[in-house]
Design a protein around this ligand. Structure first.
Ligand SMILES: [Zn+2]
Length: 371
């Protein structure tokens, strides 16, 4: 390992698992104790690490060994999640603890330049780096949003435009992948997990052995375009019977409008009808839930994760899907893979913006100055 990646490894380990003693750090990173001593010294000199004396522990004789911790306020980061109608922004510290939040409606702004101008107004100048996340196909390495389905963007050099507007180094990423990165760095201890988002679209982030999968072409985890019904409705992507064409919120509402004859039915109204026992509406939710469970069951069989986390835009709506999702998973998960833990968690858009900030933090950590 070269010096830069050794420093980054040390810094990431203390950031995500600290405070810890140098000996533990050597064990966790696989570096020698003298190397750890030397590299942590330079991280202390540049103000990224501090020594704390709180971790001596009982039963130790003499002076307790100093533990190392990250100076979380050494740098601040901004994260912005772009939805179809709003920007959601956060400022975080190095540990991705949210210090500030802001929301800004997009109004008529849909063109990339207009949205980027609003991002420029939202992001404070004192942050070290910015992460911007959008739905769809985003190339993190080049910062290009190749396809954003809600705003209809194609091949937008999003990171470069945001850098120009804010003056801050920017990384752009797919939104669920960014949210998954935050969970991977600062959330669950699980080394292999799937984070599924059900709402205006259906998508997932995949973590295998501690790494978020990006795929060879920057596309991975497009759960919404996994086929679940060869005779199902046509999807906006051009294919037929995608999960998203069956279980996304617009797909659900289209189907419920058909069965009830209420063309302007809202999700709240649909939930009310289902709760009042309307069997036609109940069956639409059940069908969608089973489809989600079937698709996630397939993912579980392929990757064997410890944990599946469901995040729903609308928790009351997800509550109607959930028993069918769980039944679908149980019906399709193979053998011991069915031991997977399944959690449902509210993850508001501020958490998605925090995910975008985490991608910026991750890039910073990879290049943390240590000498
Ligand atoms: Zn599709």
């Amino acid at each position: 390992m070269d010096r830069r990646s050794s420093i980054a490894g040390i810094f990431r380990t203390v950031l995500t698992a600290g405070p810890m003693h140098r000996a533990d750090l050597a064990w966790r990173t696989g570096l020698s104790q003298p190397t750890v001593a030397k590299l942590t010294r330079s991280l202390i000199d540049t103000g990224y690490l501090v020594e704390t004396t709180t971790a001596g522990g009982p039963g130790r004789i003499g002076r307790p060994a100093a533990a190392l911790d990250v100076r979380a306020d050494r740098e601040l980061f901004a994260g912005v999640k772009v939805t179809a109608d709003a920007l959601i922004g956060v400022v975080t510290d190095l540990r991705a603890v949210i210090r500030q939040t802001a929301r800004r409606p997009l109004g008529d702004a849909r063109a990339p330049r207009d949205v980027v101008r609003l991002i420029g107004e939202l992001v404070p100048p004192h942050v070290s780096a910015l992460g911007v996340s959008v739905a769809g196909d985003v190339d993190r390495d080049t910062g290009v949003a190749r396809y954003e389905p809600f705003l209809g963007w194609r091949d937008v050099p999003l990171a470069a435009l945001c850098e120009e507007a804010t003056g801050v180094p920017t990384v752009a990423d797919n939104d669920i992948r960014a949210l998954t990165e935050a969970e991977n760095w600062f959330g669950t201890d699980a080394r292999s997990f799937v984070l599924v988002a059900v709402g205006s679209g259906v998508t997932c982030g995949l973590v295998v052995d501690g790494r978020v999968l990006t795929g060879a072409h920057g596309v991975a985890g497009e759960l919404g375009h996994v086929p679940v019904d060869p005779r199902g409705p046509k999807c906006y992507c051009g294919a037929r019977g995608c999960l998203e064409a069956v279980a996304s919120e617009p797909a659900l509402l289209r189907r419920i409008a058909e069965v009830t004859g209420e063309p302007a039915v809202t999700l709240d109204r649909a939930i009310e009808l289902a709760r009042l026992g309307d069997p036609r509406v109940g069956e639409v939710f059940a069908e969608a839930g089973r489809a989600v469970g079937q698709a996630v069951g397939g993912v579980i069989n392929l990757f064997g994760p410890e944990l599946v986390v469901f995040s729903a835009d609308h928790l009351a709506g997800f509550a109607l899907l959930e028993p069918h999702v769980r039944a679908g998973i149980a019906a399709h998960a193979y053998g011991a893979a069915a031991r997977v833990a399944v959690e449902v968690r509210p993850l508001p858009f501020e958490e998605w913006a925090r995910g975008a900030a985490t991608v910026a933090i991750a890039r910073r950590v990879a290049a943390v100055p240590g000498s």
